[in-house]
Design a protein around this ligand. Sequence first.
Ligand SMILES: [Zn+2]
Ligand SMILES: [Zn+2]
Length: 118
Amino acid sequence: MTARPKATLRDRLQAKIDARVETARLTPCPRCGADTITARTPDRVAALDVRADPTPLDPVAEILARLDGRLTWCLTSGEHTTARIHWRSTEHIRAGHCTHTVIADHRCPPRPVQETLL
Ligand SMILES: [Zn+2]
Ligand SMILES: [Zn+2]
């Protein structure tokens, strides 16, 4: 007799669900309609739902984004793995050997004045 087969099945199902929400995908921003990459980052104790701009940043653009108060992320994908968003720690940035695509938090552009008045 195997031990608690029901729990095992549920664990496997939960792992599948986790993998799905952690897979980075392109979805339009519900507020401004811009293309954004969304995923749940699995790196932190509390999982974080990220919505980021799909535009890759060079080191200068990343510094500007961070000065602007936006978080930056590593977009990882391999030949056999799905795309994921990973937390960029200051150690990870300083180490300098990161070859990931760097993206920053999405921020909706300011609404045009006439639209705000309506
Ligand atoms: Zn990285
Ligand atoms: Zn937006």
